[in-house]
Write a protein that binds this ligand. Structure first.
Ligand code: MF3
Ligand code: CO
Length: 250
């Protein structure tokens, strides 16, 4: 397993790629409201990415047909935007987007509320985000990769939510997906030692009900098998000598 360590010059490009993506997410958050189609969200996302001279890295990735994955309610990830999929009051919607800046990738996801959302589902979304922060606390030299996984699991376990096991976080750099894989659930081993210069996409996917997922017949959309809502929160981060740096926030 080759995990790339980025040079100071590469880290600067990763920082730029991250900041630009954070801005894209901020802008996308503003257009989420009842009545908008998931296709419109993708279109706006692609325009925002291209307008900063970046390339949408999801578009055509293994044949994925859009630039932003838009996943509604029980859809966990990789929902395909469609003109006839209209958001309505009470929905939650996960937007997963990424871009390439000067050859360097960033990847981040946010789950938004559409209008007023059931408090139980609000809590799912908030705790999913909190679990990312529980995980990244462990992202320091001296710790091991699975300290991150175990911290996310320990945080989420108190709520009885289902942690999705079929999809994981990943290394990122000159490729969207690099080694290592980063599970969001408890591991028996410690995994590799974390080192400054590693860039990782940490992305808990958490179900209100059971952890089991299935793929729809489009071969992309991952949904919670029990049909209950699911939330996703992801940032690209950098391991430093000290505290980790979150690259995809403003
Ligand atoms: N953020 C997603 C992930 O890491 C990337 C989706 S790839 C796409 O799994 F092809 F679905 F766009
Ligand atoms: Co990712």
């Amino acid at each position: 397993m080759a995990v790339s360590i980025k040079s100071e010059r590469e880290i600067e490009f990763m920082r730029q790629a991250g900041k630009l993506l954070a801005k894209v997410h901020e802008e996308l958050g503003k257009i989420i409201k009842p009545g908008i189609s998931t296709w419109e969200i993708n279109k706006t996302g692609e325009e925002l990415i291209r307008s900063c001279d970046c390339i949408p890295n999801f578009l055509n990735y293994h044949g994925y047909p859009a630039s932003v994955c838009v996943s509604v309610n029980e859809e966990v990830v990789h929902g395909i935007p469609a003109k006839d999929r209209i958001l309505k009051e009470g929905d939650i919607v996960s937007l997963d987007a990424g871009l390439i800046y000067k050859g360097y990738h960033s990847d981040a996801a946010r789950t938004h509320f559409v209008g007023t959302v059931d408090p139980r589902i609000q809590k799912l979304v908030e705790e999913t985000k909190n679990s990312f922060f529980a995980g990244i606390k462990m992202a320091k030299p001296g710790n091991h990769l699975y300290d991150i996984s175990n911290a996310i699991d320990a945080y989420i376990s108190q709520f009885g939510y289902g942690i999705v096991r079929d999809l994981v976080g990943h290394g990122i750099g000159t490729n969207l997906h690099e080694d290592p894989q980063i599970p969001n659930f408890k591991q028996k081993r410690r995994g590799l030692k974390l080192q400054p210069g590693m860039t990782l996409a940490i992305e808990p996917m958490i179900n209100l009900g059971r952890a089991d997922v299935k793929w729809l017949s489009d071969d992309w959309t991952v949904v919670a098998e029990d049909g209950l809502p699911s939330a996703h929160y992801e940032n690209t981060i950098l391991i430093t000598e000290g505290e980790p740096e979150i690259l995809t926030i403003l």
